[in-house]
Ligand binder design. Structure first.
Ligand code: ADP
Ligand code: MG
Length: 259
């Protein structure tokens, strides 16, 4: 009853023997791991370990020279960015990629754009199905704004917000795309400890919603170990350890923190 399969559902994403090089630089060497529905899988490792490159392989921005990627039952050599984005792979960025001049609300609506089905002409005229769809999208975006507690800045241009709030908007933009797999690239990087707690609460909320799986990239072990069901430790482009966070011993924590 308590097997991981029961607890977290089926494997939704599987990486097998992924290798990626840039010229002579080996960014990833023979990486394999999987992610189950509704779980949080952490990727932990120091700067330069290959964590962001791994996320870029998952969302198709980087195409590895070797390996296979299986997403929702379909296996391919590499992901295409548009396919990934349109099929539920959504991410936040280590260096934020928001439209700084646009409001919080418009950034979230932009995050939803891939889901908008009716044609551009109907949208421009704001009639019939397009109008109903727009009402639906706005309602969902408002729900996300409430959940992230950013109502007070919903009309503010993102560039004017403090960094910690921008991180929250970036989470909102990724969430607005209704992900099946949400990729979080160092969501706590560069923010104050009090805001780290807020980000932690938000990620706990994501997990409790059981709407999607999360791949959580972090440099430090502690934040990730508190939230993740399973972890992968990366160093120099390879996986050096993997397992359930509930089974991490103090000794292993010490060991992994020094890799
Ligand atoms: N677009 C790129 N071109 C060349 N080298 C890259 C590129 N992206 C990443 N790398 C290299 O791959 C390695 C891993 O980087 P990265 O994935 O950013 O690590 P991390 O996110 O763990 O800090 C580094 O040596 C980095 O310089
Ligand atoms: Mg990185």
């Amino acid at each position: 009853m308590n097997s991981p399969a029961r607890q977290f559902g089926e494997v939704i994403l599987k990486l097998e023997n992924i290798s990626l090089a840039f010229g002579g630089v080996k960014a990833l060497t023979d990486i394999s791991f999987d992610v189950r529905e509704h779980e949080i899988r952490a990727i932990i490792g120091p700067n330069g370990a290959g964590k962001s490159s791994m996320l870029n392989v998952i969302n198709g921005v980087y195409q590895p020279q070797q390996g296979r990627i299986t997403y929702r039952g379909e296996t391919r050599h590499h992901m295409e960015p548009h396919f990934a984005a349109a099929n539920g792979i959504s991410r936040t960025f280590q260096s934020l990629a928001l439209f700084k001049g646009m409001s919080v609300l418009d950034n979230l609506l932009a995050g939803r754009n891939l889901m908008i089905r009716t044609n551009i002409l109907l949208q421009a005229l704001r009639v019939g199905p397009a109008l109903r769809e727009e009402v639906h999208h706005r309602r969902r975006v408002e729900e996300i704004i409430d959940f992230l507690e950013i109502q007070h800045v919903r009309k503010t241009p993102v560039g004017r917000l403090p960094y910690g709030l921008q991180k929250r908007v970036d989470l909102g933009r990724a969430l607005a795309a209704e992900p099946k797999v949400l990729l979080l690239d160092e969501p706590t990087e560069g923010i104050q400890p009090s805001i780290v707690d807020q980000i932690e609460d938000i990620i706990i909320g994501f997990k409790q919603s059981r709407r999607f799986a999360i791949v959580l990239v972090e440099q430090g072990l502690h934040f990730a170990a508190r939230l993740a069901d399973r972890y992968v430790v990366m160093a120099k482009g390879t996986v050096v350890a993997a397992g359930k966070t509930s089974e991490l011993s103090a000794e292993e924590v010490r060991q992994h923190l020094t890799v």
